[in-house]
Design a protein around this ligand. Sequence first.
Ligand code: IFM
Length: 441
Amino acid sequence: MSNMTVSRDHFPKDFKWGVATSSFQIEGAHDRDGKGPSIWDAFCEIDGNIADASNGHVACDHYARWPEDIELISRLGVNAYRFSMSWPRVQPDGQGTWNEAGFAFYDQLISALAARGIEMHLTLNHWDLPQALQEKGGWASREVCAHFERYAVEVARRFGHRVHSICTHNEPWVIAILGYEQGIFPPGMQSRKQAMRAVHHLLLSHGMAVKAMRGLGLTTPMGIVLNLSPIYPASDDPQDVAKSKIDDGLILRLYMDALFKGEYPQDVIDHLGDDAPPVQPGDLATIAQHNDFLGVNYYTRNFSSSGNPWDVSSTGNTVTDMGWEVYPQGLTELLCRLHHDYQPERLWVTENGSAFKDQVIDGEVNDPQRLEYLRDHIAATHQAMAQGVPVEAYFAWSLMDNFEWASGYAKRFGLVHVDFATQKRTFKNSALWYQNFLLGN
Ligand code: IFM
């Protein structure tokens, strides 16, 4: 898809152009001003969990450097910023006492963004659950839903009228599956049953939180962000075809059907057998609250194979430093399918980006592959809109290089390069391209 022409003029004037970050990945200040530990603080302490044995103690030092980072956002020329609140920063134990110093941090950030006229899209849970709640079972425990609801209401009461949207959870699939089934993210568990409990409680707490926040009389758009991608069978073999159908069910339909149709897909429930989510009467109606928007995080497509794992190099397309194939058409296809099958009121691309090995040479970061990725995915978003899909936003992941979870600091997704030894920020050429694009060039 290279050499695709795309310009800002092709999009509506009020289209949201943004960059995204999350609290744990950039803030640092892991124990400052009364913040409690999150599950990621605890997970990083265990040898072997993080590729470069790093942690989030300093990260991008955004807790101290936020004025400089807002300058970067403003210089880019975006009109929207997506960020998350660290629950243990504002409520160290995930229940009980609120930490006013933590709220003060977000209060000043929100005021500064508002002063610059930048829309704020706030996520309540981008994975950094208070560790104290993990000790009660984390998302596998139904009890955590009520704590999340109270946290959501408190944040909405304080900031709901000042931000432009509230998202409950970022990527419940990742939290539940990588954390409770594959064990490569906290809490490091390997149980499908616990993972499906986590899925259900994440979705249930989403519904409870949206309902309760709306009860405050807020009209701020509310929704959820899912990581989604098209899944194809690796071959025509009926076993691969059957596997791709169930994989699609486990990754996309389980969440979308519950949220937008108020039911779990029967084929997936049958497949899960005794591990199926623990639904109680009324849960699915609670989950299926109206969402003002659906946030879609798209990075690549997937293939299902019943035999040998699919080989990513077989397509001949560029593969990123994460080992993910670059496939912009997948974004168009995904957005069209979501619109066709579920009709969310609004669709926002809430994350999209790529990691490559970047270097600063003579003050410049030349990252042509990221630049092409960005340009071609913006064009792919436009193609979906041309087919009638109501897409209203595109957020690049990420504003700057940051803590890429179990991969540590080695994987760089930023438009802005961060030298983690000095905290120096440098615009990469992809950032300069985005800036120019936003200027209408
Ligand atoms: O860095 C993550 C982000 O936190 C959630 N979505 C995917 C990104 C890249 O892996």
